[in-house]
Design a protein around this ligand. Sequence first.
Ligand SMILES: *Cc1c(COP(=O)(O)O)cnc(C)c1O
Length: 511
Amino acid sequence: MTDPRDDLGPERVGHATRGLTWEEPLLFERSVRGRAGYSLPDLDVPDADPADAFAGDALRDDLPGLPELSEVDVVRHFTRLSTWNAAVDLGLYPLGSCTMKYNPKVNEALARLPGFASAHPLQPAAEAQGFLELAWRLERALAEVSGMDRVTLQPAAGAQGELAGIMMIRAYHEHRGEHRRVVLVPDSAHGTNPASAALNDYRVVSIPSGEDGILHPEAVAQAMTDEVAALMITNPNTLGLFETHIAELCEIVHARGGLVYGDGANLNALLGIARPGDLGIDVMHFNLHKTFSTPHGGGGPGSGPVGVKNLLAPYLPVPMIHRREGSEGVGFSLDYEFPLSIGRLHANFGNVGMFVRAWAYFRSLGPEGLRRCAEMAVLNANYVLAKLRGTWHVPIDRPVMHECVVSDQALAATGVTTLDVAKRLIDYGYHPPTVYFPLIVHGALMIEPTESEPKEGLDRFIAALSAIVTEAHSEPERVRTAPHRTRHGRLDETRAARRPVLRWQPDPPPS
Ligand SMILES: *Cc1c(COP(=O)(O)O)cnc(C)c1O
């Protein structure tokens, strides 16, 4: 590993700072008066005065202040900016709970097939049979892998999937004449869980996790009343631990007429091994951009399909895709005959490009490959945990599923905190893990290596974390003031959040 304390290189000359690392000004700052990105032949028609064609107030008096640039200026600008991204294609991206796995390029090739990429969203179903078949098959595959009966692909993210799921739960109870008011959410849950419940007008009751980091039947039984509409549960949970009492928890909730929502963000740990539907979950979302390798965050839109057991099927968002087999063969149509539906959640079909990528992933891996994903993801997380144990404090030391959580407790004497470690990791070339989550672990660092990372990559990352521990003891200031190798050092995060500067203010034009 190169020592990140190496001399940072030559002084800034022109726009290059460190060798071929580009510092890039705004397009407006690059602008050169009169420069253009096009060249047109001389006019071969009489020159006209726009004022002859337009009424006076349709013409502006001044120039709009747009940057004036050549084609190569623009191409270089955006290409340089593209080199600033931390990306799964550049290296390990251990952001816990986010499953930043590699996105195979075959998915991209298929999503770009003109029949999918250029289809009009309002094309009649009769002309979109290929796409509808793909979407229908993806629904069936998701139902199969999760043990659900029906799936809608509409929601655009996990959070919207949760919203849809809780809306269906509410519609179910209300249709039965029950006005339940409470949703139970474990204290380790992702913030979107209580938010989805609250948006549906439910009161959220937090259930404490046990000392061992998982939910215990007594805690749920104690909170379970006839007022409770649902328990929302994440399995494996945000500590990376399998909820071993899941079947019993579901029984307790069902016995009092409640339903169980499964947050499927961590499905990567279970693929091909266990199915939430078989464990008692009634409704769950999938994050195609996590488990099923579609691009994530800045790389693309999300997709959060929702699977339900048959008891919730009447409330699914419309339209659903209907497959019929008749004398003329198989055909697909859009089914709006759901009188109890919660309605439509997304224009047209949802984020269709994600469906193609997810289907490509299903088909290229097959059942064996999917299971191997889960096995490798679990192996990698346990490998990281085993190597960190000893130098890092492990708050709940048990075998984990797809991710592990350590904390800054062992560094307390040095004054170095989780935030400092996260910033210092950037100097070593790593996107930081998820920090300060789950909330129940003080100073948490949540690491999810995913199945994509080879052993050498894990070893390098572990070495970086160990080096930072050594530094924290020998040179704590170095860690506390990181990052040192980025374009900008430590930002004032409070000010950045409270007083963001979002608009570029042009200098007044030269007179
Ligand atoms: C990512 C995540 C969500 C929310 O999913 P989005 O697709 O980001 O909206 C919910 N729960 C957990 C545990 C997650 O990790």
